[in-house]
Design a protein around this ligand. Structure first.
Ligand code: FAD
Length: 261
């Protein structure tokens, strides 16, 4: 590992000021530290966010749940408020990695990293999330730009993620047997504006399947998508699953999620 400067920021303003194109924020370190150890990434500065108090916590209002960016997966999975308002979100957090990862990894780090197989990005898309940063509010549909790419600019810090409380929702995934990242994950949610079917693991970036969403908005039953063909074009293909297998799983898991709602 190359040498770097370590900073512990006392507030968001200081963290943002310290950052540059050669720095990373340290939330739980679950991606940043292994990447540095393996020589896949190197930074001049690591800026710890963990001591910034108002970045952590869960608040439920009538229509939304707002989760602070340094809130750990274990806190979301165990939260009584989340379990009551959006049980599928608590279940998603419980299915991430292993206990060590869930007790270090954070919601802000997960979505800032935007791994193509990560779970939280699908929740953001399905639940019409708004990403609150120190500079602006970004709708989830505009936040996830591509593989490991988001709308965040240098120095921009996620402060919280605000999820709409849906009428009903469910998340289904086929986890990688080693890491538990999604080989394919499908999050179905019936929100005020209609149904969203957010897919992770299948392509280079999370996406809302418009055909499935539209069919389920008209008729929320698993048979409503029987006639829809899922194309394998653009789908990931690797030792775990071919593109064709992933395409089939998108449909199977959408049906499973609808039936489990
Ligand atoms: C063994 C293992 C298994 C895993 N399994 C799963 C899984 O099944 N499903 C899944 O979804 N994920 C999984 N993960 C990922 C994990 O859940 C973490 O959320 C993810 O690694 C990010 O880690 P972190 O929160 O510690 O962020 P860090 O590693 O500290 O940071 C990651 C990146 O996000 C940026 N960042 C962090 N916080 C902010 C912020 N507030 N604002 C702006 N930028 C920020 C940093 O600059 C850095 O670039 C796994 C990880 C490991 C190591």
């Amino acid at each position: 590992m190359k040498t770097f400067n370590y900073h512990s920021a006392k507030d968001v303003k200081e963290a943002s000021k310290l950052s540059s194109s050669k720095s990373a924020f340290l939330a739980g370190g679950m991606t940043t530290l292994p990447s540095m150890k393996l020589g896949l990434a190197s930074y001049n500065d690591l800026i710890n966010l963990k001591n910034i108090k108002n970045l952590s916590g869960i608040k439920v209002s009538g229509k939304t749940i707002k989760i602070g960016s340094t809130t750990k997966h274990a806190e979301v999975s165990q939260s009584k408020e989340v379990k009551k308002a959006i049980p599928s979100l608590a279940a998603l957090a419980e299915g991430i990695g292993d206990p060590q990862v869930r007790n270090r990894g954070t919601i802000g780090g997960s979505i800032a990293n935007n791994d193509p197989a990560a779970d939280y990005p699908s929740a953001c898309i399905a639940l019409n999330a708004v990403i609150h940063t120190n500079e602006r509010k970004i709708e989830a549909e505009k936040f996830f730009k591509g593989m490991f790419e988001t709308a965040l600019k240098t120095g921009e810090i996620i402060e919280a993620v605000e999820f709409e409380i849906p009428k009903k929702s469910n998340y289904q995934k086929y986890p990688n047997p080693a890491s538990r990242y999604a080989i394919v994950g499908v999050y179905v949610a019936e929100c005020k504006s209609g149904v969203n079917v957010a897919v992770t693991g299948a392509k280079s970036c999370v996406y809302n399947d418009k055909n499935l969403s539209s069919a389920l908005s008209k008729n929320f039953s698993s048979s409503a998508i029987d006639g829809i063909e899922i194309s394998s074009s653009g789908m990931n293909s690797d030792i775990h699953a071919s593109a064709e297998y992933r395409a089939n799983m998108v449909k199977v898991f959408t049906k499973k999620a609808v039936e489990a709602c």
